[in-house]
Design a protein. Structure first.
Length: 631
């Protein structure tokens, strides 16, 4: 992970540190246009605050003029001394101040959104760089909600820190200077005490509310995770009639969220009440001081009004201080998990100076490979074999023997702990992951499709492929006739995870996009084990076509699909138990023969059962469904 990401993750508890680390995104070195926007926005920010300070003066002068007191107004142009003109000038100053604020916001909008865009993009890219181990242990619903809240939290920090905190500090300084030089430092002392008490109370109350906010976030994430998980497994829920159980689980999570959200709003009421009391008492003290000064003749009615207006204007940034602090702290809370994600180091990374894979013949070699997912759970224990250029090598064995682990290691979803995997003599750990994966095509057992069109899912094998190339790949995968039968053809939506298609149709789509990718190395990871016998034979024909002339590693459960392999590796408990051709392994009369006999018996039983279901002793077709009467 980059040093910048580590620094951000380490400093999430400090707004100033967070601002410092976010600054490169708001002042990007490669975007002069955004830098100009920041400068212009800062200029309008200062002008808006100066205009805001002038507004109460016009109100003071208008009040004194209406009272017949023109003392101290001689510096104004004669046309402005009239009370009506002073009132007009007062409102004009307010409009000017509002205009400067809106210009500031408009100019800074692109800067803030650029920062949000860049950080969201970095998080998304980082998620794809993390290991398969991370994604197998993560829940998609919770992960998406973390990123969603994190993006909003970043936006809050960027916008409120720059557009509200800095202007508020500037206004405090200007008010203090005006009160000190015009009315005496006793007014400054009362103002400072009110501001200090206000900020102290706001910080303490907001910190208390942050713990409640964290509980609310956790329950929100949990509820979203359960909802997404349940909807993704809609069919399973229906199969077992567990709609009520899923609803109850979701309801319990939402009940926690309801309780936490209620506490959030209740605590906000107490926070606002405390802020109002502190500011109200301070304002009352200063107004009494001014009223007594008016009675003594030390101040005019205009001064009394001026102090009142200045305090009212001061209440707005004070409210912003509370609001900004809450938003920044809540934003920091919201992005805690997002920064935690950025803090997770990538398990599989390219070596410094790694070069692209140089493909020559495409020969693969596993050399004394040892691997374990957990320290106390070894999976592969010294595996050595070779897949020669253009040949097909099959790996078979019982479940849990480590067959699929071989394909994950070849793809570098994980790195071996001992030994090496080489392609044309190049260790896969020494080449770039991008070039390695570009050279390998995969047809998995369980093909999961994007919720998009058939064309999109096939073209995923090579994004730049033309429509003609997509159609040609579909024909080669023997799915062309199926596509022709659809009203929308290649533009047909396949549904969530491709659930609108049958298992065989999904496998043909997977084969089509692998054909489109045209990789020199092919991995078939139990590509037909989930299909019926007839569909398996059709898919196998397409697979034989795809693997022709390519270096192919077949990971199989059904031995009937690997009879023609140049070599068959039999894995058992993470070691190679047997190896040879189909005929050689049958003659060996070992584990492979036992597996072959068991599968043959199961296939024969399946055929007999199928015949029994389709015909009675007289050759008449009988029922295929339990509750239908025979014909």
């Amino acid at each position: 992970m980059s040093d910048q990401k580590k620094t951000i993750a380490a400093d999430t508890g400090n707004p100033l540190h967070t601002l410092r680390n976010l600054w490169p995104y708001m002042w990007p070195s490669d975007r002069a246009d955004l830098k100009r926007r920041v400068i212009y926005a800062a200029s309008f920010l200062v002008l808006a605050k100066l205009a805001q300070v002038v507004v109460p003066y016009f109100f003071k002068w208008a009040t004194d003029a209406l009272n017949g007191n023109h003392d101290g107004l001689q510096f104004l142009p004669a046309i402005l001394i009239a009370p009506v003109m002073l009132v007009v000038a007062y409102n004009a100053a307010r409009i000017i101040q509002l205009s400067f604020n809106q210009l500031r916001d408009a100019l800074f909008a692109r800067v803030g959104q650029h920062a949000v865009h860049q950080l969201a993009y970095k998080t998304f890219v980082h998620m794809h760089r993390l290991s398969l181990r991370f994604h197998l242990e993560r829940r998609t619903g919770g992960l998406s909600r973390i990123i969603e809240r994190g993006v909003k939290g970043i936006e809050a920090i960027v916008r409120f820190t720059i557009l509200n905190t800095l202007p508020t500090l500037l206004e405090f300084v200007l008010v203090a200077l005006i009160f000190g030089f015009a009315y005496g430092w006793s007014y400054v002392g009362v103002t400072a005490l009110v501001i200090w008490l206000y900020i102290w109370f706001t910080v303490r109350a907001s910190d208390w509310r942050i713990a409640i906010r964290r509980d609310m976030n956790e329950s929100d994430t949990d509820a979203n995770t359960k909802a997404i998980d349940s909807l993704l497994n809609f069919e399973t829920v229906k199969y077992f009639g567990n709609e009520k159980m899923e609803a109850d689980r979701y309801d319990k999570s939402m009940e926690r969220y309801e309780h936490a959200a209620t506490r959030i709003w209740t605590s906000l009421g107490w926070l606002n009440l405390g802020q109002g009391v502190i500011f109200g008492v301070g304002m009352a003290v200063m107004m009494v001081m001014s009223a007594l000064a008016v009675q003594r003749g030390e101040q005019t009615i205009g001064d009394f009004v001026f102090i009142n207006v200045m305090l009212m204007q001061l209440s707005i940034p004070l409210n912003f201080i509370g609001f900004v602090y809450r938003e920044i702290r809540q934003g920091l809370t919201d992005i805690e998990n997002m920064f935690d994600l950025l803090d997770i180091s990538e398990e599989v990374v390219d070596k410094p100076g790694a070069e692209p894979l140089k493909m020559r013949s495409g020969a693969i070699r596993f050399d004394d490979v040892h691997f374990r997912y957990e320290p106390d759970r070894p999976i592969l224990k010294g595996i050595s074999f070779e897949v020669p250029d253009g040949k097909t090598v099959a790996v078979v064995g019982p479940s849990g023997a480590g067959k699929s682990t071989l394909s994950r290691l070849l793809f570098r979803f994980y790195d071996v702990q001992e030994g090496a995997i080489t392609i044309d003599g190049q260790d896969v750990r020494d080449v770039t992951q991008e070039s390695l994966r570009n050279a390998i095509g995969m047809v998995p057992q369980d093909t999961v499709l994007f919720n998009d069109t058939l064309a999109y899912n096939i073209r995923y094998g090579r994004i730049g492929a033309s429509d003609d190339e997509v159609r040609q790949a579909a024909d080669m995968a023997q799915i062309g006739s199926f596509i022709d039968s659809l009203p929308q053809g290649l533009q047909t939506m396949v549904g969530e995870r491709g659930l609108k298609l049958s298992g065989g149709e999904k496998q043909r789509v997977a084969i089509a996009r692998t054909i489109l990718k045209a990789p020199p190395i092919l991995i078939l990871d139990e590509a037909t084990s989930a299909l019926d016998t007839a569909t398996e034979q059709e898919i196998q024909t397409a697979l034989d076509f795809v693997s022709r002339g390519r270096t192919t590693l077949v990971i199989a459960h059904r031995l009937s699909t690997v009879i023609g392999a140049d070599e068959i590796i039999v894995l058992q408990d993470g070691v190679i138990a047997e190896r040879g051709t189909h005929q050689q392994l049958l003659k060996h009369k070992g584990l492979y023969l036992d597996m072959w006999n068991r599968q043959r018996e199961a296939r024969e039983t399946e055929e007999k059962l199928k015949d029994f279901r389709e015909h009675d002793d007289l050759g008449v077709v009988v029922r295929k469904r339990p509750h239908e009467e025979p014909h």
